[in-house]
Ligand binder design. Structure first.
Ligand code: NAD
Length: 255
């Protein structure tokens, strides 16, 4: 177990990749603060899975698109768990819209959840660590679309491209504090965000042709890499993106 005596905050962890990350960090010995917009059945299931690993878990409702909520989330995490060592910015949304039709509401929603949230969560977390006089880990769940264009998902690609430069900049600013900052960049992963894609056999088949590994990613493929980045083995890794995509990024073309 690589994360004993550590506490991790994983945003957007009531389902999908976030849930898998929360459970994997717990398997590595960390206590976990889970987060989402609602304390619903899915959220309770995630909390139960972490507790099943023998670790402490709590769920804090917060909308990460709001700066004040980000600050409260970090503050309450520390109050409830006693400390915080690892921040995983996982919450994310995507909206399908041709660039010529995209609305300002869609733009705001995607950018605020995917980029503004990680910015101000990382800031609140780093300020807390500075006060404590110790280092920590920031890991952002980005996407291959931090590099790869995806027509009709321009706001999403802009948010993930922004997350790449946020990560690179703050990796430099926070390194003297002993805080590492990295991204994981999944390809196409079997989660509710891809429900529509997975229900369309033709689209799915053409996507699979672009993935050299021949299958979609699974949430635990990503979670294991997050656990590595949170561990002592990754102490000297900062300012980088680990791509977890079965080879998709360098083999992709739009049909
Ligand atoms: P998902 O839709 O299953 O989960 C997203 C989670 O974020 C949900 O629990 C949702 O409630 C939460 N969330 C959304 N808005 C929030 C807000 N304002 N405040 C707090 N929580 C909020 O999606 P997923 O596939 O598990 O995606 C997780 C992350 O992985 C996202 O950042 C996504 O962009 C990224 N990603 C996913 C894939 C994929 O193929 N599934 C690929 C690349 C990157």
């Amino acid at each position: 177990m690589r994360l004993q005596k550590q506490v991790a905050l994983v945003t957007g962890s009531s389902q999908g990749i976030g849930r898998s990350i929360a459970v994997r960090l717990a398997e590595e010995g960390a206590d976990v603060v889970l987060n989402g917009r609602e304390d619903d059945a899915e959220a309770r299931e995630s909390v139960a899975l972490v507790r099943h690993c023998g670790r402490r878990a709590c769920f804090i409702v917060a909308d990460v698109s709001r700066v004040e909520e980000c600050r409260r989330l970090v503050r309450e995490s520390v109050e409830r768990m006693g400390r915080l060592d690892i921040l995983v910015n996982n919450a994310g949304v995507q909206r399908h819209a041709a660039f010529l039709d995209a609305s300002d509401e869609e733009y705001d929603q995607v950018l605020n959840v995917n980029l503004r949230g990680p910015f101000f969560l990382a800031q609140a977390f780093a300020r807390y660590l500075r006060e404590q006089g110790r280092g920590g880990r920031i890991i952002n769940n980005s996407s291959v679309h931090e590099e790869l264009p995806h027509p009709n998902f321009t706001a999403y690609c802009a948010s993930k491209g922004g997350l790449k430069m946020l990560m690179r900049n703050i990796a430099i600013e926070l390194a003297p504090l002993g805080i590492t900052v990295n991204n994981v960049a999944p390809g196409a992963v079997e989660t509710p965000i891809n429900r529509e894609l997975m229900s369309q056999p033709d689209k799915l088949a053409s996507l699979l042709q672009n993935i050299p590994a021949g299958r979609l990613g699974r949430p635990h493929d990503v979670a294991g890499v997050v656990a590595f980045l949170a561990s002592a083995d990754a102490e000297y890794i900062t300012g980088t993106t680990l791509v977890v995509d079965g080879g998709l990024l360098w083999n992709y073309s739009e049909q």
